[in-house]
Design a protein around this ligand. Sequence first.
Ligand SMILES: Nc1ncnc2c1ncn2[C@@H]1O[C@H](COP(=O)(O)OP(=O)(O)OP(=O)(O)O)[C@@H](O)[C@H]1O
Ligand SMILES: [Mg+2]
Length: 315
Amino acid sequence: MIGLINVGKSFDGGQTYAVRDLSLEVTEGETLILLGPSGCGKTTTLKMINRLAEMTSGRILVRGKDILGVDAVNLRRTMGYVIQNIGLFPHMTVRGNVDVVPRLLGWDKERKQKRTEELLNLVGLPADEFGNRYPAELSGGQQQRVGVARALASDPPVVLLDEPFGALDPITREQLQGEFKKLKKRLKKTMVFVTHDIFEAVSLGDRICLMKEGELAQIGTPKEIVTQPANRFVEDFLGQHRYQLRLTLSSLHELFSQENLSPVKGEDLATISYEANLVDALELFEESGKGRIAVCNAEGTTIGALRRDQVLEKI
Ligand SMILES: Nc1ncnc2c1ncn2[C@@H]1O[C@H](COP(=O)(O)OP(=O)(O)OP(=O)(O)O)[C@@H](O)[C@H]1O
Ligand SMILES: [Mg+2]
């Protein structure tokens, strides 16, 4: 869907580089995470995809077409963009912010209104209550939601998100991440998502591209990155989180076969999904205060129980 081929961005006539010789592919419907420390070139890479920044070397193809052959404004209309630090227009209401692109595209009033209301509902900000407020009258988390709604407004096939949940407290952040996962499943867009948070990357990405000083350090699924770091930089980036990340990446399903589960007979046990991970299971033991938890399948039917010691053994 999106291909970067030896892409570079230099300044001062080639003396300094923001991005250097970057090649990667984003497949249709995939969420690719651009991850890395501050200044490693994530925002620059994102902006080169929608031509808010022009590359100085290499090529970018979208659906096989070189983006330099497409008018930049038309290109951007096919790509939603959530700007780092929210970037809402302060003098426009929530509605006005969300329907910026539909307005540019000349949609009629009814279509714009319907779409805006649909999107505000989607991100949990009912239009009746929030539509006529100004950004300054919203919390940080609500502003971020408006940013996401705005990027989705014209239903673009591609969405670029630059730290959409940055600068939020951990609880709101986790909540928005959960909602993003649901949206992702439902909308099936091709997304490039920038973050510097490894936990966010592992939780939301189909694949992760880890960058170091403008170059690609490793690209792979969250599991590949966490369990098979390609080099010292990746190892150091994971650091002490490596073990915790491994726990979040192993589902109960992968770790325990049905034969490992013990029968449940009319007991009142807290229930967890077979697809949940070890950290979730530990939290549930903690919460329920019992030595066993029930495991259910995708249909919600209990298929057996796990003992605390079975779970601890895997850690
Ligand atoms: N216009 C510019 N002129 C010179 N250097 C620039 C320019 N824009 C960006 N850079 C440099 O390019 C590098 C990459 O910047 P970029 O904004 O892509 O980083 P980032 O990974 O998004 O960082 P952060 O996590 O802090 O947002 C940085 O070292 C930055 O200083
Ligand atoms: Mg950035």
